[in-house]
Design a protein around this ligand. Structure first.
Ligand SMILES: Nc1ncnc2c1ncn2[C@@H]1O[C@H](COP(=O)(O)OP(=O)(O)O)[C@@H](O)[C@H]1O
Ligand SMILES: [Mg+2]
Length: 167
């Protein structure tokens, strides 16, 4: 599923929509160059998942934690992290917390720890805004995208992925 957002507000909205569908054990990996909107999307995600905390880039702290009434949101940024350092951050505990939702910017270094069934979001700059491509890696993440897709169709903004990524 691919969407194009034309403003920061639209990127936030898509984050909120997705965030409402998330629950404990879900992992969302955010790929994309600097400024593509990963932290902005996370702000919406955290809000949608019930957090009222201020979301800031964890680039220097590596991990930030936002508590909602139901879920604990772990927001990670592994930009400066090497694969052999992920143990020190506590990634293993984050992804195994049954109440935890993990959102990871620059997820590469932590690949060994993520569940196979996770949501991958690829963000990129396009003329007039940002492109968000959502890809599911298993039944749970497909279910999330199906719900999001259905909601988008109901609003008349849905766009089918041309290259067949399941929604
Ligand atoms: N669709 C959009 N059009 C224009 N600007 C956007 C859009 N979505 C987000 N932005 C802006 O782009 C910037 C993205 O920054 P950020 O979310 O920190 O990116 P990243 O975490 O990927 O480095 C923010 O200034 C945000 O306001
Ligand atoms: Mg960021």
């Amino acid at each position: 599923m691919v969407v194009t957002t034309k403003s920061e507000a639209q990127t936030l909205s898509w984050g909120r929509r997705l965030g409402r569908l998330l629950k404990g054990w879900d992992v969302v990996c955010l790929h994309g160059e600097l400024g593509s909107g990963k932290t902005t999307l996370t702000r919406g995600l955290a809000r949608g998942a019930g957090s009222r905390s201020r979301v800031a880039s964890p680039t220097f702290s590596l991990a930030r934690v936002y508590r909602g009434p139901r879920w604990i949101i772990y927001h990670l940024d592994l930009y400066r992290v090497a694969a052999n350092q992920t143990r020190d951050i506590g990634l293993e505990e984050f992804v195994s917390d049954p109440r935890g939702i993990c959102i990871v910017e620059w997820p590469q270094a932590g690949t060994a720890y993520y569940p196979k069934d996770r949501l991958e979001v690829h963000l990129s700059h396009v003329a007039g805004g940002r492109k968000l491509r959502f890809a599911a890696k298993g039944p749970r993440s497909r279910e999330i995208l199906r719900h999001m897709h259905r909601a988008a169709l109901l609003r008349g903004q849905g766009k089918e992925m041309p290259d067949g990524v399941s929604t």
